[in-house]
Design a protein around this ligand. Structure first.
Ligand code: EPZ
Length: 420
């Protein structure tokens, strides 16, 4: 079995370039199903989740091929199938994002219920509410959702009980080819939503308000192909900023949009981390120990849930106690037990975790339980005295392109090794 092995306590120094955003590229690949024409993408991150999404649309009949060094060429002119395999949906719940495009283009789609995952039940009721509101008949049998629109989807107003990222994306894509205008109230406003809206508009769509809580989509008759570069991955960038701070390092983070990281940078500054915009990137420096800070995860522009685990690793050695509150997912503290095995002093009370700081972490064999928990263990390994061996690293490979290579380049003693 492959593992990541880290010899801790090297200060990270130098510069690292952030890859394209996983959570932007997945919906944009699904959006290619909205047109018969070819779409080109530059600088796609090499991630297993991207491979899975390409497998999904390939199985539907789209042609997917490399374009240049890190690009993709996608053409979904002759789709033959409207039902992705359970294998793919089980592997990656974002496969569910093909529902909106297929329903809009073909009036029919069957997708297995994505099911839950380590961090929560991950329901899709808001996705289905939106499709039904636009005129689709929804039925759920044998673990599969079938949506049928006998006539062209019709624009309408949809209120999301929670600003769900996936539901906003699925509804936006379905509405892009609907008759009339759709208004999504209480929509998610993440930068990845804006990137998807920009892509749809460049294809000939008419989306306005993306990034705010009210998104309006005027349906059009058809969409054309487009060449697109996805935004940098704000979660990868935040992860490297925390890794730099946690090791008392001095790192220039390149290919980053500071505006996307306001909440994370505000909390890092509160902890005493120095950050300046420099050379088109953000230079991160820190002298240890840092201050304890309280964080509470919220939908964008609040503190991102995808950064909670990584920040908690940093707080294990801060001066004083921190309160970490997770409001987005119901089970996103899976990393706590593993951090405690490295000596962290953390007590969970429901949706809150109290991190008693000033603990020096010691290396240990630990297990990644999900993508961001895995990233948190990498950061803890960089901080810890001695050797940390992280298993189940397939979780990490889903969302971080060459994390070992990038950290090694910054001076970390980190390798991928076969362990029994
Ligand atoms: C996206 O997941 C991201 N994934 C997640 O990143 C991220 O954590 C999440 O948004 C929140 O920011 C991708 O973009 C591929 P949601 P998504 O729908 O769309 C509830 C990572 O680490 N909800 O905004 O699934 C749900 O239960 C991943 O990169 C409903 O109740 O997130 C959860 O509590 C992890 N009904 C909350 O909303 C629904 O129909 C947020 O879910 C949909 C969601």
């Amino acid at each position: 079995m492959e593992a990541i092995v880290i010899q801790g306590q090297s200060r990270l120094q130098g510069r690292v370039s952030i890859s394209g955003s996983k959570n932007a590229v997945l919906p944009v690949i699904a959006a290619c199903l909205l047109t018969e024409e070819e779409c080109l993408f530059d600088d796609i991150p090499r991630l297993t989740d991207v491979d899975t999404m390409c497998d999904v649309i390939g199985e539907l009949g789209a042609s997917v091929s490399p374009h240049g060094v890190k690009g993709l060429r996608i053409k979904s002119g002759s789709l033959k199938n409207i039902e992705p395999s359970y294998e793919y949906v089980r592997r990656m719940r974002a496969s569910f994002l093909v529902m909106g495009p297929l329903l809009a283009r073909f009036g029919r789609v069957k997708v297995y219920l994505p099911g839950g995952c380590a961090i929560g039940a991950r329901p899709i009721d808001l996705h289905l509410k939106g499709m039904a509101a636009m005129g689709a008949e929804i039925s759920v049998n044998n673990g599969k959702v079938e949506a049928v629109a006998k006539k062209r989807l019709k624009g309408t107003s949809i209120y999301l009980d929670f600003p769900s990222v996936g539901a906003t994306e699925n509804i936006m894509m379905a509405a892009a080819l609907a008759e009339g205008t759709t208004v999504i109230e209480n929509a998610a406003g993440e930068p990845e939503i804006v990137d998807l809206a920009n892509f749809i508009n460049a294809m000939g769509g008419r989306v306005t308000g993306a990034g705010t809580r009210v998104v309006k989509i005027e349906g059009v008759e058809e969409l054309h192909g487009h060449r697109h570069s996805v935004i940098p991955d704000r979660v990868e960038a935040g992860t490297f900023m925390i890794a730099a701070a946690a090791t008392g390092g001095d790192v220039l983070i390149e290919n980053v949009i500071p505006h996307h990281l306001k909440a994370v940078m505000a909390k890092l500054a509160e902890a005493g981390v120095q950050m300046v915009e420099e050379d088109g990137g953000i230079r991160v420096k820190a002298d240890l120990p840092l201050n304890a800070v309280d964080i509470k995860t919220l939908p964008y522009p609040g503190f991102p849930t995808d950064m909670q685990a990584q920040f908690m690793s940093l707080l294990t050695s801060a001066k004083g106690s921190s309160m970490v509150t997770e409001t987005v997912f119901e089970n996103r503290f899976m990393h706590v037990n593993e951090l405690k095995r490295m000596g962290a002093n953390i007590v969970i009370e429901g949706h809150c975790a109290v991190v008693k700081g000033q603990k020096k972490l010691t290396g240990a064999p630990v297990k990644a339980t999900d993508l961001r928990a895995g990233a948190a263990l990498v950061i803890a390994g960089l901080m810890a005295e001695g050797k940390t061996t992280i298993s189940c690293i397939h979780h990490i490979d889903r969302g971080y392109e060459d994390i070992v290579g990038k950290l090694s380049h910054l001076g970390a003693k980190i390798t991928r090794q076969e362990v029994e």
